[in-house]
Design a protein around this ligand. Sequence first.
Ligand code: PMP
Length: 399
Amino acid sequence: AWAGIEAAPPDPIFGVTSAFRADKDSKKVLLGVGAYRDDAGKPWVLPCVRKAEEMIQSKQYNHEYAVQSGVAEFAKLAAELAFGKDACILQHGLNLTVQSLSGTGALRLAGDFISKFYTHSKVIYVPTPTWAVHNVLFKISGLDLKHYTYYDPKTIGLDFCGMCESIRNMPERAIILFHARAHNPTGIDPSMEQWEEISNLCKERKLFVLFDMAYQGFASGDLDSDAGAVRKFVDDGQQVALCQSFSKNMGLYGERIGACTLIAQSKEEQAKLKSQMNFLIRHMYSNPPLYGARVAMHVMGDPELRCQWLEDIKTMSARIKTARQQLVDGLKKAGSQKDWAHILNQIGMFSFTGLTKEQVLKMTKEHHVYLTMNGRISVASLGSNNVEYVANAMHAVTK
Ligand code: PMP
């Protein structure tokens, strides 16, 4: 049946992990996949999550099917987390928020829904560069993928003028994707003033805006400020779509818990969106798993656990900031004369180091340090045990 089949292209991120696993050198370091590690390099279960798990145990829940849209209380809390409890769209019941198979699943729901029901355009614009999955997922959903200017390799910063110019040149009513906070892979975000201008431009072009929010709270340690861009667009009256992930900010990677939101213009329209989304889910995976939703629901909904969560988020974002500083200090100590300030200025899980492909290859071949070809490192994988080694390797390949 499969005689003519060809292998799929290797995954740029998981491919790095496989190469790392195959390396027998004891000094090897993996900076590929974006998953938080403690200072000793170990996965970290958030204390708020541990407490939520105890709570779940004591409640003796059953294992009946969820409805297509998942656990209703979870979805309500997720929407409040993103848009703010008092947001008009929530007060008026205009949002349709469903539980999704984490951020990726939310993107796929949004992609398929837009592709099927958004009649004004089939073109989605994503930033250059963007998370590798964006470049394929939306095509599978049936959309045409195009890119807008985002990153300036000369400044290792945002090319804001280029970005605005790209948006001005988009056809009216096209679809545009933004990373809500902590852009992956660059770690470079527009400022709030720049978001304001971007929002105005999007309104002018009548664009349909899709936000991918995978790092709320994880970036700055503050849940509300990380949602600033999304809330700004909604305040400006834009009918955005939003994909949320709880992988990073609750450390629930493998539980696959996220949410997808669409905004309707009336309650009648919201009901139609809801029925179509349920129909889509019914024929894709029928209904989502319960466990992650229960954990996230208790963490967000229980006042004590929520306080603990805020602390846990601060612990993670502070440790990442420290690791950025340690890396830059290590580079200086190693004797590097280069300007590495961008590593400190970037935000979130990743740093776009500016290493070229050749330098990345050298990092791997000569120093057993594994990172993606675009020079992105997961700062969360740096810790006291390896940061000096990595800094020395980076200096060796860039001097
Ligand atoms: N979007 C972006 C930009 C991401 O970086 C990630 C995580 N790497 C995701 C979405 C979604 O991840 P998940 O499916 O684990 O929630």
